[in-house]
Design a protein around this ligand. Structure first.
Ligand code: XLS
Ligand code: CA
Ligand code: CA
Length: 436
């Protein structure tokens, strides 16, 4: 077996004082925090597309990093990526991975040939999984790259494109079933519009739901045991993506009665004008918390930069939501993140994952401290304490009527009991817990 990263050792935990760039400073996989090993809280996953496929190509220039893995034949390249991917997971200690069908094998002349290409690579992946114990967090179908999906897939005005997409997702779900995937993700790649002048929105949304329902029913019928996820994103590539944000997707899933959860990506949250924490809070409050695409966007840029997460305030508040949701069950933290274009060495893949894993390890440590400190939770509890008794209790019990509330308000004269929201104090508590 070829070793693609001979200069990279197995990455170990050396602690915060270490100056070894190829060591974890904060991620100590076996250490117990809040009743679970760090690795079981964090369930890190490697994204095949960024890690093994993206080579720095952007609209202004060609790739900067050589990911040809010593071959130019497309199937040999796909096989080499399996070896390289499992080497990266082995050396970083990442236990899960995620892929689009088209990341792992090239398209053939027609759908049948494409599926045969997939089968060859899935055989290799399955063997590697057995050998190493690595697991598939989720797979998905790329129903946005090929020109056949220029108008969308499940929301295409062209029924032929819808049918092709249905066949493609069916195959990807079969692969997920065979590999024992913990999830299957639908990200609405081109499921949106660029102008309403040419768009029948009602039909497109109904059709999207039809596709999801068919695929879920089929998946369950063949024994797929994982979660089905929708991954919200507000824009890019289309001007308006239907799966705008968590709240929009939850409304959609409820309207159509679809049994799915959310895969929340940090960068998509901020593109929608929300914080990462907001998107997770909506999902957990509504009972749709599932999995996370771990990355960060650049606040000065309006697009999906998919950077490796470095901001520990963000990871802390994200892990606070994850812990409050009871932790990941089938989900995990999938690094839908890519190294920056000038980070042109293959070893940057390792530096990036080490940094991202340490950022979330810090986030977990800090979130646990915040919860144990208790001041924030206590403050929130007290802030709503007027609902624990008296008129507040009647409101939440559902026994108060508007007539009774009017009587109460008339007798009260005006609201005289408001107290401070204490935002700055709470921010200070967070700083103290994190750096004190
Ligand atoms: C693109 C999405 C995509 C999904 C999987 O913006 O993040 O990579 O995670 O299709
Ligand atoms: Ca994503
Ligand atoms: Ca993204």
């Amino acid at each position: 077996m070829a070793e693609f990263f001979p200069n990279i050792p197995r990455i170990k935990y050396e602690g915060p004082q270490s100056d070894n760039p190829l060591a974890f400073k904060f991620y100590n996989p076996e250490e117990e925090i809040a009743g679970r090993k760090m690795k079981d809280h964090l369930r890190f996953s490697m994204a095949w597309w960024h890690t093994l496929c993206a080579n720095g190509t952007d609209m202004f220039g060609v790739g900067t990093v050589d990911k040809s893995f010593n071959t130019s034949d497309p199937m040999d390249l796909a096989k080499a990526k399996v070896e390289a991917g499992f080497e990266i997971m082995d050396k970083t200690g990442i236990e899960f991975f995620a892929f689009h069908d088209r990341d792992i094998a090239p398209e053939g002349e027609n759908l049948a040939e494409t599926n045969r290409n997939l089968d060859v690579i899935v055989d290799l992946i399955e063997a590697k999984m057995k050998e190493t114990g690595k697991k598939l967090l989720w797979d998905t179908a790329n129903m946005f790259g090929n020109p056949r999906y220029m108008h969308g897939a499940g929301t295409s005005p062209n029924a032929d494109a819808f049918a092709y997409a249905a066949a493609q997702a069916k195959k990807a779900i079969e692969i997920g079933t065979r590999l024992g995937a913990e999830g299957y993700t639908f990200w609405g790649g081109r499921e949106g519009y660029d102008t309403l002048l040419n768009t029948n929105m009602g039909l497109e949304l109904d059709n999207m739901a039809r596709l999801l329902r068919m695929e879920i029913e089929y998946g369950r019928s063949i024994g797929f045991k994982g979660n089905f996820y929708v991954e919200p994103k507000p824009k890019e590539p289309t001007k308006h993506q239907y799966d705008f944000d968590s709240a929009t997707v939850i409304g959609f899933l409820r309207k159509y009665g679809l049994d799915m959860k959310l895969n929340i990506e940090a960068n998509h949250g901020t593109l929608a004008g929300h914080t990462f924490q907001h998107e997770l809070r909506v999902a957990r409050t509504e009972g749709y918390f599932g999995s996370v695409d771990a990355n960060i966007g650049d606040m000065l840029l309006g697009w999906d930069t998919d950077e490796f997460p470095y901001n520990v305030y963000d990871t802390t508040l994200a892990m606070y939501e994850v812990l409050k949701a009871g932790g990941f069950e089938k989900g995990g933290l999938n690094f839908d993140s890519k190294t920056r274009r000038p980070s042109c060495g293959l070893d940057d893949i390792f530096h990036a994952h080490i940094m991202g894993m340490d950022s979330f390890a810090l986030g977990l440590r800090m979130a646990d401290k915040l919860i144990k400190d208790g001041r924030i939770d206590k403050f929130v509890e007290e802030r709503y304490s007027s609902y624990n008794s008296g008129i507040g209790k009647k409101i939440v019990d559902g026994t108060a009527t508007v007539q009774e509330l009017e009587e109460y308000a008339l007798a009260m004269g005006d609201v005289k009991t408001n107290t401070s929201g204490r935002q700055e104090y709470l921010e200070a508590v967070m700083n103290q817990v994190m750096f004190g």
